[in-house]
Ligand binder design. Sequence first.
Ligand SMILES: [Zn+2]
Length: 330
Amino acid sequence: MVLDLEQLPLPLDVLPFRYERGLQLSGSDLWLDPHSRRPVAYVSHGHSDHCLPHGHALATPATAEFYRLRTKRSGVTEVPFGRAHRAADQEIELFPAGHVLGASQVLATSPDGRRLVYTGDFKLRQAPCLDAAEVRECDVLVMECTFGHSRYRFPNIDEIDAQLRAFVDSCFEQDVIPVVMGYILGKSQEALCLLTRAGYAVAAHESIVRVCEVYERQGVEFGPYESLSLASVEALRGKVVLAPPHLRRQVTAPLTRYRTVMLTGWAVDPSARYRYGVHEMIALSDHADFTELLEYVDRAKPRVVYTVHGDDAFSKYLRKQGVEAYHLEN
Ligand SMILES: [Zn+2]
């Protein structure tokens, strides 16, 4: 833990949480996004690193569905956005994080009225087919800062949309199959929204289709798309293939003429193209970029900020700006 206890702005006995591979709220047995199994845990969203099989989980209805799918456990209390929930002496409220379907942030208010916000993974840029993230004023802010260096500035969704169309159109002009790759939960659905809205025919890998079906059950509507079949490559002509990056070789093996694009915030680092083994990259991310992290702190007006994920660069930057900030290492 990169946290100098001598420097803490609040004495440890009044710090509103304990940190040990996740946050445990003081005065409660509730853990927030713990990285190991806990008896009772709030799960911020459905990405696999957050969905551990806990004794009992607390999550939004959509996240609960992903949690049950991933862990095969049914012990989940579903708390919709904006509804008050009590956990021991803490008043809990979940509100949208704009990260993936169902992703939430949590506001915990202690009996003395002190407000703690834990963001989980979030982004402020509006994503297609998701509720926009909200920001709540708080005393203590615990925020993720995956992209906490100033070089990470992501295009808005209109620019991403234009880049994606340009990629697909140039593939069709060259008579090659465009293969768009994004993680199965989140970016694939954002891409599917953009591609179907633009009128392209899309063939999505079955692992992505399964997640799309959860989106649809939760009320999200996509344009028409089909499940990817590699049995007839000829049948894929004129269609966009949507596939997860870990299946790149398997999906592209039967395609003789194709071009790949990876959707990731790491596209800002040019060398990432070689790491992913793709032809092109587009900086579509489901995380906040550097400017959004700053905007968040500005709007939340916390007395103290603790950062998780990424490294300590963002907390150092905040301290230079006169904001009390510390990094909690995972
Ligand atoms: Zn995530």
